[in-house]
Design a protein around this ligand. Sequence first.
Ligand code: SF4
Length: 351
Amino acid sequence: MTAVRDGLAIPEIRMSPDFSTNLRYFPLSEYYRRRFGKRVYKVSVATARTCPNREGIRGMSVCSFCDQWGSAAYEELVGQPLQTQIARVSARLRERYKAERFLVYFQAYTNTFERISRLEALFEEALRQPDVIGLVVGTRPDCLPRRMLRLMSEIARSHYLSVELGVQSLDDDQLNFLSRGHDGACSLAALESLREYPEIDVCAHLMFGIPGEDDGQLKETAAVLSAQGLQGVKLHNLHVLKNTPLARLYGQGAFAPVSLPEYARKVAVFLEHLAPGVAVHRLNAVASRWEELLAPPWAKEKLGPTQFIRDYMERVDSWQGKHYQSGQWYPPPGLPQGGEAAINNGNGKWG
Ligand code: SF4
């Protein structure tokens, strides 16, 4: 059966059993399952030591939300040899989830703010470790020089490689509030450059709950990112960690985090305007170090808020792509390119 949207024939997507568990969005786990044929786990490592903001490049200062660990998942592993980090984290994942395949996620700080030769050596070392099938590289939109893209492109021809790009917002006032040190145009330019290398996957990190944000911006961001043809988005609620610039604003009463119901509403607005084939890596942020979290308290937990958002989408009959309006529709990977088709089965559920 074939649906028609904007005059274009859209093949019906038959979702897998995993994906037909009433989720109203296209989760990363399903994207990986389609892409790799099995479950794949990210092994977070910290090899970068800094970022342009921390170095004060162009007068920049630390992002208002960022703590001293620069998003490192396991501070006890910071400074350990890469091989040790991969071995320890993958062992935990094997034990907890019976994981068998891994992507090494260079997560902390800005990973491409580095000498190319060192980065190349790290990538090669990561790919030599047992059961590692690819790489995920976290970075900022202003740290993707052409030679870095060429290096990643070369690797992506033989291994999976994804760039996780800290876009956060496309609104310049909001980016200023976050002290990002780049504007929305910079993110769009980076996404355009990455499009020249289709062998590289791209996931945009976004933050919701920034002062001044409105639904129009959420919808536009979803539409703009969809048109860029990226493979994933990772959504975060802006939360306050101790010893950050945002903590000072919070203490002065100049910033208040959004409530969970309001955040769930924002996520739904965004997802309804996002292309159905964009994988959702995460619906909400969780503070890695509880003792650092000042607000909101619900950012301590991952599963509770995630379920709240899922339940909210169910209650208000929301689903990813519900209001997606574009001829630039594209299917998730691994789907037949015709014949079996549409985005949902008519009641908003995948399946
Ligand atoms: S969020 Fe990234 S770019 Fe910003 S200060 Fe932290 S590590 Fe640096």
